[in-house]
Design a protein around this ligand. Structure first.
Ligand code: GLC
Length: 626
């Protein structure tokens, strides 16, 4: 086995044998002697066509990251596989799910270190299961590029990881508004009626989604008979302030009379014998674009551009693990992918990067139309944050699924993928009003806030629920904070810092936070503890001073407090929170607003855009308006 070690600042690269990564991230380092990896206790071994990387797992070492994994945030005692999977109705412990991020953060003695294994193959991560005192990563090939990021904070690790794999995209403001979706709203008049119906109830829908039934027999880039005048429909939606997003699946119907199939010939995945790989998806027998090479991405980009130019505002990429509708849900047979460098590699060596390249092609096409493209993807690989937002796929309408969404979204957030959300109310199965409300409350600050439901599910739009007023209240509370969320989105785009953060991200020295899943930070300035159990709950406030956003009551952490208001939100000392029409401050601080304004407060002196009402919390717990 051959090894080489390189360093650039606090990022280290280890090259084992002769890696030619399927996804290339730009790194220029100078040689080092390998002592750094050695001191961490990293050991490498090679067997026929596979590698094993191990490292000690300390008694007080905790592991976070790896993206979308249906476990507690701390990955100790889990064994998990990287294999993008269509996981309809998944539950706690279902593994793997849709997104694969082979990057984890180890936290030991207050110090964070990141590890990234740049391979889209089926990697297996074992954190103290097969060997109680070791982390073992198994790689099914004999060449590997791996990175180690020094901290010492989780935030610095994440900054370095996103310096390498890319800073998150810069979504438009409307991406953070309230989104309505259903499998499927049709015909076209019904789409418009749906937006109106929300409006009548006082709910502004900033985007509506068209699921597969808009198409002609599920063929991408076509309109079916139910949409006789899409141009008019889009204009009507735009007239009500609503953007229109269409789903686009990865599969192209193999049909000699279908334009996209004919224009795509030469760009589809092939079998070893040179024939096009065909398998079953919504339209029947389909071919699958081979996004790994630029010629295919250019063709796809042209199709996306033509399609979007009809007035569509964003693209929703689905089933892109890639999934099929076969029993296996996977590609079957010896599929080869043609890479940009001329290599042809077997599917199992590259699979997890399929959505990465599809999202790249889609995003780059939209960049030709919009300043800030909107792409939503179900599957992903490390680096997809540059191109797409992610939703957590086909979650369930069950009580246990609500905290699970928190775990998935918070974990994606600290794995470099910050623009995330889940289907509010749950996609799979039938929901009830109290469950839907729990979803709306739990996800209050999730970057993507979209209700979506499967075809045979019940109607779960707010106006179909007996507790509509409470669900509307959740939407209104969220909307109040849009200026803060959107300001954070700018920070996210520039730095990689996530919008929603598990407590441990901000308080890594406090081990109590490692197991807390039912509270999260929004930026560094707000702590939110959703009411998920009933109308009251206990809230953990870590070290420092906190002010209840609604009552201005001040608390000194670490402490547990009982809260019985429906939206337990606390401002952290030293923070400024821009809200709709007002700003709130506690202590002294400064925040940049998305539109270039800056707000600062030093306890007495305000500087803020003139139209904002200003409220400051004093240390005695009183609210002061200025
Ligand atoms: C998949 C998606 C879901 C969508 C459905 C039909 O299950 O995850 O969101 O509604 O396909 O397109």
């Amino acid at each position: 086995m051959k090894t080489a070690f390189e360093v650039n600042g606090k990022t280290h690269r280890i090259l084992i044998n002769d890696p030619r990564p399927v996804v290339n991230f730009d790194f220029k380092g100078s040689e080092e002697d390998g002592r750094f990896a050695k001191e961490l206790g990293i050991e490498l071994s090679e067997e026929k066509n596979s590698l094993t990387v191990t490292k000690p797992l300390g008694i007080d070492e905790h592991i976070f990251g790896l993206g979308e994994k249906a476990f507690e945030l701390d990955r100790r005692r889990t064994r998990t596989v990287m294999w993008n999977t269509d996981a309809y109705g998944y539950r706690w412990g279902t593994d793997p799910l849709y997104v694969s991020v082979p990057f984890f953060i180890s936290l030991s003695e207050g110090k964070a270190i990141g590890f990234f294994f740049n391979s889209p193959a089926k990697l297996v991560f074992d954190f103290g299961v097969s060997r109680y005192d070791r982390i073992t990563v198994t790689i099914p090939h004999s060449d590997l590029e791996m990175f180690i990021f020094e901290g010492p904070t989780i935030e610095e690790v994440l900054e370095r990881y996103t310096d390498l794999t890319g800073k998150p995209l810069d979504p438009p403001l409307w991406a953070f508004g309230y989104h309505a979706s259903r499998y499927s709203y049709f015909p076209q008049d019904y789409v418009i009626a749906m937006i109106k119906r929300h409006k009548d109830e006082g709910i502004d829908v900033s985007a509506i989604y068209l699921d597969i039934d808009y198409m002609d027999k599920y063929k991408d880039f076509t309109w079916g008979d139910n949409f006789p005048d899409p141009k008019r429909m889009i204009e009507e939606a735009h007239g009500m302030g609503t953007k229109v997003i269409t789903i686009v699946d990865h599969a192209i119907k193999a049909d000699q009379s279908y334009e996209a199939f004919l224009s795509g010939l030469g760009h589809f995945c092939e079998l070893e014998d040179g024939n096009i790989y065909l398998d079953r998806m919504w339209p029947g027998t389909c071919a699958f674009p081979d996004f790994f090479n630029k010629a295919c991405r250019d063709w796809w980009g042209d199709e996306i551009t033509k399609w979007t130019k009809q007035g569509i505002d964003g693209i929703w990429l689905d089933m892109n693990e890639p999934a099929t509708l076969t029993q296996e849900h996977d590609f079957r047979g010896p599929v080869l992918h043609a890479l940009d460098d001329g290599r042809k590699l077997r599917h199992e060596l590259v699979r997890n990067a399929y959505p990465y390249y599809e999202a790249m092609a889609t995003y780059e096409a939209l960049r030709g139309i919009f300043e800030k493209p909107f792409v939503l993807s179900r599957a992903g690989y490390a680096g997809i944050q540059k191109y797409a937002m992610i939703w957590t796929g086909d979650n369930s309408s069950t009580e246990e699924a609500v905290p699970l969404q928190l775990s998935l979204v918070l974990s994606l957030s600290i794995s470099g993928i910050p623009f995330v959300g889940c289907d509010l109310g749950g996609f799979a199965g039938r929901s009830n009003p109290s469950l839907v409300l729990k979803y709306y409350r739990a996800a209050l600050f999730f970057p993507l806030y979209r209700n979506h439901k499967e075809k045979t599910g019940n109607d779960q739009e707010p106006f179909n629920l007996y507790n509509e007023e409470e669900v509307k209240e959740a939407i209104n509370v969220r909307n109040k904070f849009l200026p803060y969320i959107y300001s954070l989105a700018r920070e996210t785009h520039e730095t990689g810092h996530p919008i929603v953060r598990p407590l441990l991200y901000e308080f890594q020295d406090d081990p109590k936070t490692y197991g807390i899943l039912d509270e999260y930070m929004v930026g560094s300035g707000l702590l939110y503890a959703p009411q998920m159990y009933g109308e009251s709950r206990k809230v953990y406030l870590p070290k420092g001073k906190w002010a209840d956003l609604w009552t201005c009551k001040v608390f000194e952490g670490p402490t547990w407090v009982d809260v019985n208001n429906p939206y337990p939100i606390f401002i952290r000392y030293g923070s400024i929170i821009p809200m709709d029409g007002e700003v709130r401050a506690f202590g002294s601080g400064k925040i940049k607003l998305y539109d270039g304004f800056e707000v600062s407060y030093d306890g007495n002196v305000w500087s803020a855009p003139p139209k904002l009402k200003r409220i400051a919390v004093d240390l005695d717990g009183s609210c002061k308006s200025a």
